[in-house]
Design a protein around this ligand. Structure first.
Ligand code: GAL
Length: 994
């Protein structure tokens, strides 16, 4: 357990994951299992063939033992950076959970005939496994997410066999596997028994080159087999090519003639067959050429444009056990959202994932199973990347990872790992890869100076830093002085950006623009694809998705494990729609006269798309035009005339152009929107004019209740008590929002800097945004009534809001009138001078009765949107159920804001609220079953109390949601400084519905 070794015993040289017709037994199924809290409590003789395991439990293989609903077998632990035990390499605690696994299986003689050898192949065991076959130790397997084969020929017998595995949760290799994810022990990928025919083909690497000049393909085979395995034939039937090599020395490139290239956009695969007398191997190959030419990283001669995500292996019930259908669904969801690239953060995924990426089309950065982030706090002292004792193991890791995945056309770069700092060992890993595969670049983000990697990679760099890097200017994120100019000669990517934790992240459009315009930049990978909450139940049976701390961990990192664009239950978050809108490779610009269509795909024309323009007046569809256009080639654009928009109509005219799939594809049905653009055509109708001309009703005071048209107000406080016969209260000023994860964790830029040596963000302990708002008392404003004045045709109310101990205040004036059945509110908020910092919102809060089910609105939608994240929003009419307006983020927080409201109707209480423009702006709205205080107090959605009301917030402004870990997290133009605000609202009866 405590050696620096990469593993031992009958280890076989690493090979590709191959599809062969040689006999193979998948040993997945139900195994016998014994759990011990420490190794010395495990049954001493469990590896003996005649050991009686009938008293043991059962466990599925593959699985994690901590996800079997047996708390006595331990529970999941979540830490991001920290090791869950003392940093004392290579030692691990005595309390090292240990699982003993036993399985009995039979093989027939076909398995071992003709000099065949038997290999036991482990797909993934966390973290160390001692294997014993029929009572004989055969090897120690290390490297949790790496494949390892052991030769068990001498132990395997025809008939019944017993395999025993002893798995330790912690081992010296745990120090190399400190990725930001749950610690989940067990045999979590398949264990297979492979028959390796006597004169079989040990390994095959088919490099499938495409020459963009000639359109020709070449298959460059590398065949690992003994001389006795020859002749070996390489054939691609579809291309009519078959070549036989009589001896190993004859193996040479095979010209394929004209081929269709492979790309993420058009993932054209060919089936290649490599065979000899003993064995037939099938490889799905794709012809493509990957090269780095100056600062361009090209595939098939065209610069790559990565619109990517970081993808962990994750399933809400299974943990890191691979579920093919669920993984495929995930990839289809990516395709539907214009995601074209995956970084396999931070270890090689199940091999089948890469096969799916080949088939569906993704550019993949395949990453080795390597991270040592927990050494950072100690100044990287003893860090494995630079410690010779770990060299052999690290080289073994890179070799095993590369050899398994080398045949996949989707892999366009190899990544050494993540956050393991730098040193002689990472340099040696890169050198090994360069030697073995000169055809694909090496990526390693902590190689900030670009000493041994080929792609300049950064995490969470700000837009300014992207520009600096591109211009070759020095700043502290560029690494050692003097390297900046050299780095600007290379391709650049953000291996992580747009931290998607909770309600966020924003600014995707800012990055997209830079990726499109700065020559060295090739795009980036959002952190991250999906939340990793584990499906759990409360004692009374309510389901929730657990994050760090929910399993009673000693130390943990809370909900940092839920930072994806897809929630744990598979629900896409609004950020995913934003990503799709911003990152579409089809760019549309529509106006009254024309439509410009640009094709920025890597490959493939636009013949799969139809282009539609729709016109809406006041949210009602009035015209739909299908625009005919000849196919546009990649990098091409068309400027088209389109029919005139409707004229002489009353109401706002919005024109939307859409690129839709013309026919069903593997990943989406016909009609799926790939890109859109919306523009407003007409000027708004003059607001307010009608109001001035009409006569207002006179308020009356009935025993302390002011009656004004449809409203009743408390004569003492000026608060509404009833509207249209329904109990209502407010409006009250609201400056607080339930902190988003970014609000809660992000600090103002003054407190975060970048460490010159490590490139990591250093938090100097400054207050977070939410701390600042709390200090200003925004979550506990007290109110004092200044005046309630009943006039001839109006009621004027003035309230003063301020926090305990504070002098800063906001005075809100509410002027109520009732005109022809419409209750009109002109509201004005004026802060005193000197408010510190910023505010998250300036809103009016109305408390409506509980049980308001449905809402219809004319404004932005369909999803929640914020000032710095609204490219997925269009202006239109939308219908929703109230609970569907907000997102159940893993930790409850601000959600549901939709900017630019024109009107909303709540049929349940017969209420319509119209919002007029004031100084060119309209309020946004949030309608939620819980108020900001209830949401703030809850740590999980299931902790929210039974709703007792419906809460409507009408915000004159909200702060942006920003992007966590970037600096600044919210761009200055989307900050909200304390300021005055006005509202012009009209309350009336909602029209009757059929
Ligand atoms: C990065 C790291 C990721 C993840 C992310 C924060 O520094 O590479 O694994 O931890 O931060 O969620």
């Amino acid at each position: 357990m405590t050696s620096f070794s990469p593993g031992s015993g009958r280890r076989v040289a690493p090979r590709s994951q191959l599809s062969s017709d040689a006999p193979r037994r998948d040993l997945s199924g139900t195994w016998r299992f014994h759990f011990a809290t420490r190794p010395d409590l495990a049954p001493a003789d469990a590896c003996r063939v005649d050991f009686d395991d009938s008293g043991w439990d059962e466990i599925p293989v593959p699985s994690h033992w901590v996800l079997q609903g047996r708390p006595e077998w331990g529970r999941p632990i979540y830490t991001n950076i920290d090791y869950p035990f003392p940093v004392d390499p290579p030692f691990v605690p005595d309390e090292n959970p240990t699982g003993d696994y036993r399985v009995e299986f039979t093989v027939d003689d076909a398995f071992l005939t003709g000099g065949a050898r038997a290999h036991l192949r482990f797909g993934g065991v966390e973290s160390l496994c001692i294997a014993t076959m029929n009572g004989t130790p055969v090897g120690v397997v290390r490297g949790s997410r790496l494949a390892q084969e052991l030769d068990v020929t001498d132990e395997l017998v025809v008939g019944s066999n017993v395999l025993h595995l002893r798995v330790h949760q912690w081992s010296s290799n745990t120090y190399l596997e400190d990725q930001d994810q749950w610690w989940l022990p067990g045999v979590f990928r398949e264990v297979e028994l492979l028959s390796r025919p006597g004169a079989g083909i040990d390994d095959v690497w088919l490099r499938a080159d495409f020459d963009p000049e000639t359109g020709h393909g070449t298959l460059v085979p590398e065949i690992r087999a003994g001389a006795e395995a020859f002749p070996v034939t390489v054939a691609v039937e579809e291309l009519g090519v078959s070549t036989t090599f009589a001896t190993p020395s004859q193996v040479a490139p095979v010209p394929m003639g004209e081929v269709e290239p492979w790309s993420a956009d058009v993932p054209r695969l060919y089936e290649a067959v490599v065979s000899n007398a003993a064995e037939t191997i099938t490889v799905r190959t794709g012809f493509r050429r990957v090269e780095v030419v100056g600062h361009e990283w090209r595939v098939n001669g065209v610069k790559l444009r990565l619109r990517g995500v970081n993808r962990h292996e994750y399933h809400p019930d299974l943990g890191r056990v691979f579920d093919r259908e669920a993984a495929r669904e995930g990839l289809l969801l990516m395709k539907r959202h214009n995601i074209n690239a995956i970084r396999t953060a931070h270890y090689p995924p199940h091999p089948e994932l890469l096969a799916l990426a080949d088939e569906l089309g993704f550019w993949v950065i395949d990453e080795c199973d390597y991270e040592t982030h927990g050494f950072e706090a100690g100044g990287w002292v003893d860090n494995p990347s630079d410690d010779p004792r770990w060299r052999e193991t690290l080289l073994d890791r890179v070799e095993r990872f590369f050899e398994r995945d080398k045949n996949h056309p989707c892999v366009v770069a190899w990544s050494l790992g993540n956050e393991a700092h730098t040193g002689a060992n990472t340099a040696a890993m890169a050198a090994w890869l360069h030697r073995r595969d000169p055809g694909r670049p090496v990526h390693y983000e902590p190689d900030f100076d670009g000493r041994y990697s080929d792609v300049v990679s950064r995490m969470y760099a700000s837009p300014e830093e992207l520009r600096f890097l591109s211009e070759g200017l020095g700043n502290n994120k560029l690494g050692a002085p003097g390297r900046a100019a050299a780095l600007a000669e290379r391709p650049m990517i953000l291996c992580e950006y747009a931290h998607a934790m909770g309600n966020g992240s924003a600014q995707l459009d800012v990055y997209e623009e830079l990726f499109d315009t700065l020559p060295q930049w090739h795009g980036g990978f959002v952190w991250e694809w999906r939340d990793h909450g584990l499906r759990t139940h409360t004692d009374d049976g309510r389901e929730f998705f657990a994050y760090g701390g929910d399993f009673g961990e000693e130390i943990h990192d809370g909900n940092f494990v839920t930072d994806g664009m897809v929630l744990s239950d598979g629900t896409p978050s609004p950020m995913l729609a934003e990503f799709a809108a911003v990152c579409s490779p089809i760019k549309l610009v529509v106006d009254d006269l024309g439509l410009v269509i640009e094709n920025r795909r890597h490959d493939g024309d636009t013949s799969d798309l139809r282009f539609v323009v729709v016109d809406e007046v006041a949210g009602e569809l009035v015209a739909r035009h299908e625009i005919s256009v000849d196919p546009i080639w990649p990098d091409g654009a068309e400027d088209l005339d389109i029919p005139d928009p409707p004229a002489g109509v009353d109401g706002e005219v919005w024109r939307t152009a859409r690129a839709e799939l013309a026919a069903d594809t593997d990943w989406a049905p016909a009609g799926h929107v790939v890109a859109f653009h919306q523009v407003r055509i007409s000027a708004p109708p003059a607001a307010g004019a009608r109001v001035a001309e009409r006569e207002a009703d006179e308020p009356t005071d009935r025993d302390g209740v002011l009656v004004l048209g449809r409203a009743r107000l408390d004569a003492r406080t000026g608060d509404l008590v009833e509207l249209g016969g329904h109990p209502v209260s407010g409006p009250r000023l609201e400056l607080w929002r339930p902190p988003t994860d970014n609000d809660r964790l992000g600090t103002s830029s003054a407190f975060v800097t970048t460490d010159r040596n490590t490139n990591n963000l250093v938090d100097h302990g400054g207050p977070t945004h939410a701390d600042g708002w709390r200090a200003a008392g925004l979550d506990r404003l007290q109110r004092r009534v200044l005046a309630v004045e009943v006039g001839e045709d109006s009621i004027r109310v003035r309230h003063r809001y301020a926090a305990a101990a504070g002098r800063d205040a906001v005075v809100v004036e509410l002027l109520w009138r009732s005109i022809e059945g419409e209750l009109v509110l002109a509201a004005d908020a004026q802060p005193t001078r000197g408010w510190p910092g910023g505010w998250p919102r300036i809103g009016l809060h109305l408390v409506l009765p509980p049980g308001v089910e449905d809402v219809e609105w004319f404004g932005t939608g369909p999803n929640e949107n914020y000032p710095d994240s609204r490219r997925a929003a269009v202006v239109g009419r939308f219908l929703s159920r109230v609970p569907d307006l907000t997102i159940d983020y893993a930790r409850p927080q601000e959600s549901g804001h939709r900017g630019d409201l024109r009107w909303l109707e709540l049929p349940g209480i017969g209420l319509r609220i119209a919002a007029d423009e004031v100084a060119g702006a309209r309020p946004g709205f949030t309608l939620r079953r819980h108020d900001v205080r209830e949401v703030t107090a809850a740590d999980h959605p299931h902790e929210l109390p039974e709703p007792t009301a419906t809460h409507l917030y009408l915000d004159a402004a909200q702060r942006g949601i920003g992007t966590l870990l970037s600096d600044p997290d919210v761009r200055p133009e989307h900050e909200l400084r304390p300021r005055a605000a006005q509202w012009s609202l009209r309350f009336s009866a909602a029209p009757e519905r059929a």
